[in-house]
Design a protein around this ligand. Structure first.
Ligand code: ZN
Length: 135
């Protein structure tokens, strides 16, 4: 029984340094992507493959949804386990290349509560409103 180690036979994920479109997804893999908490949510600045710098703000309701493993409108689910905003680069129109994992959204929400950008009660209210729509 204890000969079997869970996950021991799972091969290492391929983590390629080829940029935001390669390898695993999620902001934690994009160390060069600066993020900043703002009143509206999480501002992410990223540089497109074309060289243009874009800024995308993920709002608190969107963060709450993704933290609940749901995909907000205007986002898509990527099979690497992240939600990606359907936002085109302002210069070339290519889809943005960053994604957010539910864990990252949970951490961001906790930081937002500590920074008093949003209250725990507001997060709860958003989560409940979403839950009732879904039913
Ligand atoms: Zn571009």
């Amino acid at each position: 029984m204890n000969k079997y180690e869970p996950f021991s036979d799972v091969p290492e994920y391929e983590r390629t340094p080829e940029g935001i479109f390669g390898g695993d997804a999620g902001l934690k893999h994009f160390n060069s992507v600066p993020t900043r908490l703002v009143a509206e949510g999480l501002a992410v600045r990223f540089t497109c493959l074309c060289g243009n710098s874009n800024s995308v703000t993920t709002t608190w309701p969107e963060l709450v949804l993704i933290a609940q493993q749901r995909i907000p409108q205007g986002w898509r689910y990527d099979e690497r386990g992240v939600a990606q905003p359907l936002v085109p680069c302002r210069a070339c129109g290519r889809a943005v290349g960053f994604g957010l994992t539910p864990d990252e959204c949970k951490r961001t929400i906790e930081q937002g509560i500590s920074a008093q950008y949003i209250s725990a009660a507001q997060v709860q209210a958003i989560a409940q409103a979403v839950g009732s729509v879904r039913r």
